[in-house]
Design a protein around this ligand. Structure first.
Ligand code: PLP
Length: 449
């Protein structure tokens, strides 16, 4: 006999501590308990179905219980669920690497697996620092990050992607990072002139690199869309400008594609929008189609070669995780890449993106919609108290969370970033379901007091 909703909730409150969740509020509320899923829907313990409007935290690609991915994981279970990559090679990690190398920017020649976005970025930071150390320039050990960027919750990732709202208590643990401004056009002094915002931010980055370039190992960026900072879409040419500056000042460029990678912005990788080839690139989330934890950090032959040496020379990259390159996760990633091809998913996302843009326009005139930002299937709707002055709501009201709770009445699951309501559906979501989400948002935002 399965446990009742009340029993599951009671056990949840007794035992669990949820991520990124104010637990006092949680203990006072009745949560949905997800027990199953099908296609675009999550199903709760009372049998209610909800559209998965945030791809189960930005990772689901083809929907849930996709036969091709389920079968690939089951087939792998009949072979081996896990074996280590420390000192052994494995069939699935090899086959996946071969597939990935055909789709990543062409300058990237090596892949290092880990298991979460935060570990993928930590790996990139450590590789960058050790690269300079190994080539005899150990003084190049500092990083440049962007304001409001997010790279995960491990200490290195927090240091470079430092969001005061999340990370303030840990500031004393973090290393020194130079921060460049983010081109957040809507909150800039020239919201009608994205190119001016771009120039301002690039000039600030240039100054940092002129002043500190000799010490800088790498600049780290979330390319095209800065996700957790509020779905901030960068003005055209910004990423290219960052790439040019890093080249000029001999700093590596780390592209954190954890959120934007695997088709979210309409290209397989966001860097492709501006023809940028980073020196290191991090992916996670969508790599397995949103099935299992897997991450990867890609790098160039030049960086890889700097780590070659005799064991006693100290050039080895001493980093690894127990589940690095897990075969089940790699099998689901290969099945997911097959589906990208079989369903011509990128082209279909590009087509559906236009329809989504049209639907989002219907929200623009609502009294509390300040800004709508979209790139492909990544959408942020910034709610404001006063549209004319861009005055935000009192943060204690948690208006983004209020809307996300309200749309559950319409069988939609969304999750906000502060006052920005995020919509980031699985890439396979069709227009009919996109329409349901937009209608739910329109109805609930329209009645916001
Ligand atoms: N980098 C970016 C850009 C992200 O958006 C995230 C998570 O949202 C991460 C890194 C961290 O990924 P994970 O939660 O898998 O550690």
């Amino acid at each position: 006999m399965p446990l009742s909703t009340a029993e599951l909730r009671a056990l949840d409150k007794q035992h669990l501590w949820h991520p990124f969740t104010p637990m006092k509020l949680w203990m006072e509320s009745d949560s949905l308990v997800i027990v199953a899923a099908e296609g675009m829907h999550l199903i709760d313990s009372d049998g209610n179905r909800y559209l998965d409007g945030v791809s189960s935290l930005w990772c689901n690609v083809h929907g849930h219980r996709v036969p091709e991915i389920d079968d690939a994981v089951r087939a792998q279970l009949d072979k081996v669920a896990h074996s280590t990559m420390l000192g052994l090679a494995g069939e699935q990690p090899i086959l996946l690497a071969d597939r990935l190398m055909k789709i990543v920017p062409r300058n990237l020649k090596k892949v290092f697996y880990s298991d979460a976005g935060a570990t993928a970025t930590e790996v990139a930071f450590k590789m960058a620092a050790q690269y300079w150390y190994n080539v005899g320039r150990p003084e190049k050990n500092q990083f440049v990050g962007f304001a409001e960027a997010y790279h995960g919750d491990t200490v290195g990732a927090m240091s470079i992607g430092r969001m005061p709202a999340f990370h303030r208590p840990y500031f004393p643990l973090m290393f020194t990072v130079q921060f460049a401004p983010t081109p957040y056009v809507y909150r800039s002094s020239t919201p009608d002139d994205p190119q001016a915002v771009k120039e301002h931010c690039l000039t600030a980055l240039q100054k940092i690199l002129e002043e500190h370039g000799d010490r800088i190992a790498a600049v780290c960026i979330e390319p095209i869309v800065q996700g957790a900072g509020g779905m901030i879409v960068q003005p055209e040419g910004f990423l290219r400008g960052v790439r040019e500056l890093t080249k000029r000042h001999d700093a590596l460029l780390i592209a954190d594609e954890v959120a934007v990678g695997f088709g979210r912005t309409g290209k397989m990788f966001a860097c492709e929008h501006e023809g940028v080839e980073p020196d290191l690139m991090c992916v996670a989330k969508g790599i397995t189609g949103g099935y299992l934890p897997l991450a990867a950090t890609f790098t160039t032959q030049q960086i890889f070669d700097a780590f070659l040496g005799e064991p006693w020379e100290g050039k080895t990259f001493y980093h690894g995780h127990t589940y690095t390159g897990n075969p089940l996760a790699c099998a689901s990633a290969i099945a997911s890449l097959d589906l990208f091809e079989k369903k011509d998913l990128l082209r279909s996302v590009q087509k559906k993106t236009c329809a989504l843009t049209g639907m989002l326009e219907e929200l623009r005139n609502l009294r509390h919609v300040g800004d709508i930002r979209q790139k492909g299937y990544m959408v942020g709707i910034e709610l404001v108290k006063d549209k004319g002055t861009r005055e935000p709501f009192d943060p204690r009201r948690r208006v983004g969370a209020e809307i996300c709770m309200a749309v559950r009445k319409h069988s939609v699951i969304l999750r906000p970033l502060g006052d920005v309501v995020v919509m980031m559906p699985p890439l396979a979501m069709e227009e009919k379901d996109l329409r349901t989400i937009i209608d739910a948002l329109r109805r609930e935002i329209a009645v916001l007091a």
